[in-house]
Design a protein around this ligand. Structure first.
Ligand code: DX5
Ligand code: ZN
Length: 215
């Protein structure tokens, strides 16, 4: 069973980005989650290409890029060139989801699709076979440090049924409000990758926190 922690850079100390990347390199986290926000799809603005390129220079882990931007199809190629190894787009932002996912696949990147907590999981039917991963948001995209939405567990069950039907190799990722308490429950529920921002970067001992989440 795949069990991966993807710490979200959004909660890192941007004044010490190199040190934060080196800390992640030393950790048991296999991925690093990069939240790109445009102030349009979500009310918040995070960072873009220059930060991502700096991270690529120092981070040895798989770069897991979560685009919270409108018209993502305009930028996916640049994100792949900037070092994204897995690139996730929001269904809510796609005019022609099947076409965009196909175009992303052709770029040679692993493709993810995600939905906010208010979008029915059933809307992913017919798309799961076109992606490597589905990210179910467990908070509304936009900010770190929000509370985990408990309804996520029933949404995971719904998603698992679709994955069984359409693409048994598809990975499941959860993002938002993940901590050392709910991490084991989420892995037990069949989640493969957990994104954790504040729980990791604001912890006294991030390396130990990551290990605890994996236990
Ligand atoms: C929210 C982002 C998350 C965020 C998670 O829009 O997609 O990746 O950084 O932060 P925590 O783990 O603090 O909820
Ligand atoms: Zn994210």
């Amino acid at each position: 069973m795949t069990k991966i922690i993807s710490p979200s850079l959004l909660s890192a100390d941007f004044g010490n980005l190199q040190a934060e990347c080196e800390m992640i390199n030393r950790s048991a986290a296999e991925w690093l989650h990069i939240d790109v926000m445009d102030g349009v799809f979500v009310p918040n603005i995070s960072f873009g290409f220059p930060v991502m390129e700096a991270v690529k220079k120092h981070c040895k882990k798989t770069l897991d890029v979560h685009l919270m931007i409108v018209e993502p199809e305009r930028y996916v190629e640049r994100f792949v060139k900037a070092g994204a190894e897995i690139l996730t787009v929001h269904l809510e932002t796609l005019k022609d989801p099947a076409e965009t996912l196909k175009m992303m696949r052709a770029l040679g990147v692993k493709v993810g699709i995600t939905i906010n907590p208010d979008i029915p999981v059933s809307q992913l039917r017919g798309l799961v076979d076109k992606v490597d991963m589905v990210l179910l948001m467990s908070v509304f995209a936009g900010y770190g440090g929000q509370k985990f939405i408990e309804e996520t567990y029933s949404r995971i069950e719904e998603l698992k049924a679709i994955i069984t039907d359409e693409n048994p190799n598809c990975l499941i990722q959860i993002d938002g409000g993940v901590n050392t308490e709910n991490a084991p429950k989420l892995f037990n529920a069949g989640v493969h990758i957990l994104v954790a921002g504040s729980a990791v970067f604001k912890s006294e001992n991030p390396l130990a926190t990551i290990e605890t989440m994996l236990r």
